[in-house]
Design a protein around this ligand. Structure first.
Ligand SMILES: *Cc1c(COP(=O)(O)O)cnc(C)c1O
Ligand code: SF4
Length: 348
């Protein structure tokens, strides 16, 4: 990246630094850090200081990560769906290419908590070459999602080499990038990065905001740069206990996203990832939130609430039930709760 700030200036990576910055005991942080990596950008740390718990919970290691008795190490069975180490091929026409092992922040609820930010996730040229070779010999894949870790952590030239190599594969039509950097380190989305990305259309970006307090002027600038480069922006929010598990917070987040030109795409039910049980809500909680959204807020703000099936079954939409009976007539309830019906037949 241009004018790349030195790592120590941008990030907190040790329990000692974090304990000092937040004025909390270091021992619990050390215990968690012995098992899972720690990184918080100084930018996000400032947001935590301003807004407290909902942001704190996402970033600060919690001893509950070590006592989760129900979680699964690899909840989506990604390792078994990987024909080569850094590629997950779960759906017929699309694949996930993991290109980066690092993130600007290690979210405590991360689905790839088992490896993101660890040595196991070090992705070298050889691994990426194997992923590209698989894509070349699998022309049924027309949509490639590049993720990680966070692809925007890569040096600009390295990210561009990957995009160029993907564009040289004729069977690939669309490229999607998954990145949380517009939320966790937005200043890293420079004009130079946007100008580079623009050369690789059709390109889509899904970013990841979980709370309205994350929608700052800096985040707005990052998203404006990307949107002005013609990149459609989506958001994959995770429903998290103690962070955003209320209709009011989610509604404010969704409206805030539309204001910075991001179209809410998915609202995910939290995965069964080991070390994240304290973040999970019930599905009923998510369905109740969706009931408060559908019909009540502007259509483009409404994401698809989805659960990523344990064992690699793919994403399943979770929608409140409006239909009660379907026979000669469809009996249903309107978004305002009124009973209604529609004749279910073809008239002569
Ligand atoms: C989520 C996911 C995709 C993309 O799913 P969409 O519903 O098309 O956004 C592709 N591959 C894997 C492995 C995924 O987890
Ligand atoms: S940015 Fe994404 S991949 Fe990285 S730790 Fe957070 S949730 Fe996981």
């Amino acid at each position: 990246m241009p004018s790349k700030p030195s790592r120590s200036a941008s990030f907190i990576t040790t329990p000692e630094q974090l304990a000092q910055a937040l004025d909390i005991p270091v021992e619990p942080l050390r215990a968690v850090h012995a098992v899972y990596p720690l990184r918080v950008s100084r930018y996000y740390l400032d947001l935590i200081k301003q807004h407290g718990l909902p942001l704190w919970r996402q970033a600060v290691p919690d001893p509950q990560e070590l006592t989760d008795a129900v979680g699964l190490v690899d909840p989506l069975d990604e390792e078994n769906l990987s024909p080569v180490p850094c590629l997950v091929h779960k759906y017929p026409d699309r694949a996930l290419l993991l290109v980066a092992g690092e993130c600007a922040m290690y979210c405590r609820f991360c689905t790839r908590k088992r490896k993101v930010g660890t040595r196991e996730m070090a992705i070298d040229d050889e691994a990426i070459a194997a992923g590209l070779a698989y894509l070349r010999r699998t022309p049924a894949i027309s949509d490639v999602l590049i993720s990680g870790g966070d692809p925007f952590m890569l040096p600009l030239a390295r990210l561009e080499r990957i995009l160029k190599a993907l564009r040289d594969i004729p069977s690939i039509a669309t490229i999607r990038i998954g990145t949380r950097i517009p939320c966790t380190l937005p200043m890293r989305v420079t004009s130079r990065l946007a100008a580079m990305l623009k050369k690789y259309h059709p390109l889509y970006i899904n970013t990841h905001f979980n709370h309205p307090a994350e929608i700052t002027p800096e985040a707005a600038l990052a998203c404006t740069r990307l949107a002005d480069a013609g990149i459609p922006l989506g958001c994959q929010t995770v429903l998290l206990r103690g962070v955003n598990d209320s209709a009011e917070i989610i509604r404010e987040l969704l409206y805030g996203l539309l204001r910075i030109r991001v179209k809410p795409y998915y609202l995910f039910q939290a995965d069964l990832t080991k070390g994240t049980a304290h973040f999970r809500t019930t599905v009923d909680c998510g369905l109740a939130i969706m009931r408060h959204l559908i019909g009540h807020v502007t259509g483009p703000a409404v994401p698809t609430y989805a659960l990523d099936a344990p064992g690699g079954g793919g994403k399943i939409p979770l929608t409140p039930t409006y239909i009660h009976h379907l026979d000669e007539a469809l009996e249903f309830t309107t978004y305002q709760g009124h009973p209604c019906s529609y004749p279910n037949r073809i008239d002569p």
